[in-house]
Design a protein around this ligand. Sequence first.
Ligand code: FES
Length: 110
Amino acid sequence: MTAQLACMTDDVPVAGTLRVELEGEAGPVEVAVVRDEAGEWHAISDVCSHGAVSLSEGEVEDCTVECWLHGSRFDLRSGKPLSPPAIRPVPVYPVTVDGERVLVDVDAPL
Ligand code: FES
């Protein structure tokens, strides 16, 4: 599958997040579309690798998002946790911005 429309640029403010559900080859994929504090776009799995909670409900700081439940902070570029208790990374997906359209390919994790 190729990149698909996740949202429009106006849907996500700087340092903001949006939870979307996209259709992957293996079924639905929950994605957090995030703009970091520099305005760069990212797409990571919306499901924290420590517990089944939504990362899009966490706070964005620099190029990270914090899981609201136990406070692990995930790097938006790599998906790696930078602080415990999470120890496993979350998938990161390629994002393309085409005009006002934000496209994500959930079948080609980085
Ligand atoms: S559920 Fe996210 S750090 Fe525990």
